[in-house]
Design a protein around this ligand. Structure first.
Ligand code: TXE
Length: 479
């Protein structure tokens, strides 16, 4: 399958004819190619976007909304095809792609199609000065959206939908590791009647295509989700050009379990928050802290449940753990298991590659639980981003709060307790952009989404995203 760039509503080969192999994680085989676009392709996309901008920014909200909702409906109508493509490209279980990834991509378009019609600006009367101020929220122009491989279409559309809803024209780059569903989205946009040039999708490596987008002087905002090191690089490149930045980066999220929680609910959710999507979600609770009183019980029950998870081919409907996204990523995760052993942590279950008959070259790894004695060890501090979690007991609220916050990241935190005072006090003090209490990854698209510290800057979601993708202009009229 040859993937092409989607520029000005048409599909194009890369100008310099450079291509990258696309691998299927389930069997390790090359099954297609994608462009490695460079500056010239990005310039072509920029010109299409720039040309489309005056018309699109003046298109009525009702019309923009209608098109976004049509894209959403077409994604829903193509659920099976998109879910199969996502699962094949990424290695995630088909059941997950069908229940979560593709429906959420459709929701992103529907949500922002509706939200833009409700996005009001402020006005302030300057009493005593006989003046009135009103704030315009104007689209920025041509903006860049760069997304990662873990939730490919889900995160790609989480950026594109608010950007175009707000009247911008977009140059978007999906991860070179998982380009397929972004490619298929182009057809859907044409079918929905999205005008040419409003969305342009260029494929390629971060260091060539991504770099050309972030370094482009006239692309005035970048919305990025990916690794912390890449985020830091983008910030450096963008700073002298004063680009607006939204950076959603890595996480090393604490999952804090108190003895007074609803135990069974906590246990099932903790299995999910540890291993959903092979643990490759920035929100996964990869550091599990358990109150002393229930530590031994939890350890036994958790390990039993984890051992029962089925590692299998992503297309099988009873697979819980599919393939990791790439060979390189599998090696990185395995290195961390080796580091854990060097640090004298105890691997309670998992830790080994899995060979699946007929798919011997696929990137499969057992879900792995590591008991650590010291919260400062590397596996407890660095983002592994795979099916690996650490567990550790704690004695007091103060002690666990200190460990939870003593990490460079601050994306999300999960708290399991039925004590109201503790809930309020810990939620206030946890250094994270998102705190879940007695649940995990329950998402309401109106809420602000993003992290603190090395997990990034800016917030996505709801009106926060529409604020990011617009410039506020205050008009003051004296009467
Ligand atoms: O991400 P990259 P990688 C974490 C996770 C993972 C690590 C590295 O720990 O192991 O990051 O993953 C594009 N200019 N997360 O290397 O490179 C790239 O092409 C512009 C957490 O795969 O950050 C892709 O489209 N763009 C995360 C996107 O950035 C550049 C999800 C992300 O890739 C670029 C993924 C450059 N110079 C990984 N270099 C999360 N927050 O959910 C790369 N890119």
């Amino acid at each position: 399958m040859t993937i092409k760039n989607y520029i000005n509503g048409e599909f194009h080969n890369p100008i310099k004819n450079n291509w990258i192999d696309n691998y299927c994680p389930a069997n390790g085989e090359v099954y297609g190619q994608l462009p490695n676009s460079d500056k010239t392709d990005v310039e072509k996309a920029y010109n299409a976007a720039k040309t489309a901008f005056p018309m699109w920014s003046q298109t009525s909200l009702e019309e923009r909304s209608r098109i976004l909702i049509k894209i959403s409906e077409l994604l829903e109508a193509n659920l099976q095809r998109f879910a199969e493509a996502e699962s094949k490209d990424n290695g995630k279980p088909i059941s997950l792609a069908k229940a979560v990834d593709i429906p959420r991509a459709a929701s992103n378009f529907r949500f922002f199609g509706n939200a833009i019609t409700q996005f009001a600006s402020e006005s302030h009367e300057s009493i005593g000065l006989k003046a009135i101020n009103y704030t315009l929220r104007q689209p920025i122009g041509v903006v860049g959206c760069i997304s990662p491989w873990n939730l490919p279409l889900y995160l790609f559309t989480w950026k594109i939908a608010p950007a175009i809803a707000a009247g911008n024209c977009v140059i978007a780059k999906p991860s070179e590791v998982t380009p397929m569903t972004a490619y298929l989205l182009g057809e859907i946009c044409n079918e929905a009647g999205l005008p040419k040039g409003v969305l342009n999708i260029v494929h390629g490596l971060g260091t060539t295509t991504g770099q050309a987008i972030i370094a482009h002087e006239d692309i005035k905002a970048i919305s990025f989700t990916g690794g912390t090191a890449t985020g830091a690089h983008i910030a450096k490149v963008a700073a002298p050009m004063f680009k607006k930045l939204s950076l959603e980066l890595g996480g090393k999220n604490p999952n804090i379990i108190f003895a007074d929680c609803d135990y069974e609910d906590m246990l099932d959710t903790t299995v999910r928050s540890s291993f959903a999507n092979q643990g490759q979600i920035c929100l996964c609770g990869s550091r599990i802290f358990i109150e002393d009183a229930i530590y031994d019980r939890f350890k036994k029950d958790f390990v039993t449940k984890v051992k029962a998870l089925k590692v299998g081919h992503p297309s099988e409907h009873d697979t819980n753990i599919g393939a990791l996204v790439s060979k390189a990523h599998l090696e990185k995760v395995k290195d961390y298991i080796a580091i854990a052993k060097e640090e004298h942590a105890m691997v309670l279950c998992g830790g080994n590659e899995v060979t699946i008959k007929g798919y011997e070259n696929g990137y499969y790894l057992e879900p792995t639980v590591i008991e650590v004695k010291n919260d400062e060890c590397r596996v407890n501090q660095e983002e592994i981003f795979g099916p690996v979690v650490t567990i550790m007991p704690f004695k007091t609220e103060e002690a666990v709060l200190e460990m939870a916050n003593k990490v460079k990241y601050g994306l999300s935190a999960t708290l399991w307790t039925n004590d109201l005072k503790r809930t309020m006090s810990m939620s206030n003090q946890l250094q994270a952009g998102i705190v879940w209490v007695n649940t995990w990854m329950l998402r309401d698209l109106r809420t602000p989404f993003g992290g603190v510290k090395a997990s990034g800057i800016g917030r996505e979601g709801g009106f926060e995203a529409l604020r990011f993708f617009t410039e506020a202009k205050n008009v003051c009229i004296k009467y």
